[in-house]
Design a protein around this ligand. Structure first.
Ligand code: PXG
Length: 469
């Protein structure tokens, strides 16, 4: 007979109790389970505004708004009320049987009023990954409807993150996401990322950002020609790459890539899972870079992360073709356009609009945050580059600022810094050796100062550990 594990009782010590349950039964995402069980997990029990509390009462500033998603901060009562009202009114129904619900219909219309021109049709799903999968299916379907079934290859970039389902992980250019699962699937090809700070290390020499942006776009064009544009269905890209290291493209990059997509008849899919809903100071990153996507995916900030919901919007070309097809669309999830998730997302978008939060990121808190991050960190001996826009900022920790040389990977500099952050009550994301901040859009100037004081302290402690002065 299997022996029961030794689990402390609930009344003895809450933290130990939850830790033990979690260690015994819960496998975490992107985590080495065996190491986590040894170290013990942190139990997060409460959130308010930009703050989180753990089960021992320790207060943390969340510099990442969860996973880049809690636009309105934690504990927003209006969002809670909207969800509660929908739960009490229509806890569940679907859209399969010629039915809709008021919240999903209103949400679709509201999004249509905010999205890039021509985006009048949406589908709903429950996560960014599902949105990516759905987008790829719709892209295939579109070309099939157009009588171009040979257009099947999905292009995307190195260091991109589009989700973890089989197709979304295949589309993602972060190579560690592939080997455990025998991915990518066939039909996916990669082009380089416009990562200017890494250009020198990648052998591009002392190239300026503008020239680099053009060079990377033209490398894409070369790959398009090699594959044959008649075989390429789509190009998927985050307007600003998030989980790959906050890669902000040089100004020359997007105009040239847009030209390539147009010239070779490649559908442009903008993945706005991070860049949507005010993160860059516009409703969508597509506005920031003047992109005209044929299809756009959104999640995260759509509901401020309060409910799992994502959406896929179709531009004119795809929308008209797919909406007028004289056959059933054989796709959809049990929870597509869930009434509670739709109600929360609708309220979230209404609040972002009513309170001028996107304009605030564009005009005041965004520029303030960007200025202060640069003032505090640009001359820091450990920081090679400060980059970002809106409420996104990254500090790249390097060994040699002039040579733009990183530390050897085995020194785990990002992890050292992240551990200092946790110990000092700050959540800051380490992507390799790049420290990223993406705070809630409702953060105040005083809170930005508090956040940056902590970030500075942790980066100083990291520099001390590394012997950098
Ligand atoms: N596209 C983009 C651009 C994303 O950033 C997804 C799709 C997938 O979304 P879902 O909802 O399926 O997770 C994402 C998700 C990190 C981190 O640590 C980033 C994401 C997810 C988890 C961790 O930076 N982005």
């Amino acid at each position: 007979m299997a022996r029961a594990k030794q689990i402390p009782t609930k009344s003895h010590n809450q933290t130990q109790y939850w830790r033990a349950l979690d260690a015994a039964h819960h496998i975490h995402p992107f985590t080495q389970t065996e190491a986590l069980v040894r170290e013990g997990v942190r139990v997060i029990t409460r959130g308010k505004g930009i703050y989180l509390w753990d089960s021992d009462g320790v207060k943390l500033i969340d510099g990442m708004s969860g996973l880049w998603c809690v636009q309105l901060g934690y504990g927003n009562k209006e969002l809670a009320r909207a969800g509660c009202e929908a739960l009490n009114t229509l806890s569940y129904y679907n859209h399969f049987f010629k039915t809709t619900n008021p919240w999903t219909a209103e949400l679709a219309a509201k999004l249509a009023s905010l999205l890039p021109e021509g985006h009048q049709h949406m589908l709903f799903a429950n996560s960014g990954s599902e949105a990516t999968d759905t987008a790829l299916k719709l892209i295939r379907y579109y070309w099939n409807l157009m009588g171009r079934p040979e257009k099947k290859i999905h292009l995307s970039r190195a260091l991109s993150y589009h989700g973890v389902t089989m197709a979304a992980a295949s589309l993602s250019g972060l190579t560690p996401m592939h080997s455990q699962w025998d991915l990518p699937l066939p039909g996916f090809a990669k082009v380089p990322a416009p990562y200017w700070y890494g250009a020198k290390a990648a052998g591009y020499g002392d190239i300026g950002p503008d020239e680099f942006g053009l060079t990377i776009a033209r490398e894409m064009e070369k790959i398009v020609r090699e594959i044959g544009p008649e075989r390429i269905a789509s190009f998927s890209a985050e307007p600003v790459q998030g989980a790959g290291g906050l890669i902000v493209p040089p100004a020359t990059y997007w105009p040239e890539v847009s030209r390539i997509c147009r010239q070779y008849d490649i559908l442009l899919h903008t993945d706005e899972v991070i860049t949507g809903f005010g993160r860059t100071g516009e409703w969508f990153g597509s506005f920031t870079y003047d992109l005209k996507p044929d299809i756009l995916t959104m999640a995260k900030g759509l509901s401020s992360g309060y409910q799992p919901i994502s959406a896929i919007s179709l531009g004119n070309r795809m929308g008209k073709t797919i909406a007028s097809a004289k056959e059933e669309l054989v796709h959809g999830y049990t929870y597509s356009g869930h009434p509670v998730a739709s109600a929360v997302a609708l309220k979230n978008v209404e609040i972002l609009e009513r309170d001028g939060i996107v304009a605030r990121v564009r005009e005041s808190i965004g520029p303030y945050f960007q200025r202060r991050v640069r003032e505090i960190f640009s001359d820091h001996p450990l920081i090679g580059e400060v980059r970002g826009l809106g409420m996104l900022a990254a500090m790249e920790l390097v060994q040699d600022k002039t040579a733009r040389r990183s530390f050897p990977r085995e020194r785990n500099v990002g992890t050292i810094c992240r551990d200092h952050c946790f110990a000092n009550g700050l959540v800051m994301r380490a992507i390799r050796d790049t420290m990223v901040l993406a705070p809630a859009l409702i953060i105040t100037e005083a809170e930005v100062e508090k956040l940056l004081v902590k970030a500075k302290r942790c980066i100083d402690l990291t520099a001390r550990d590394l012997g950098v002065t």
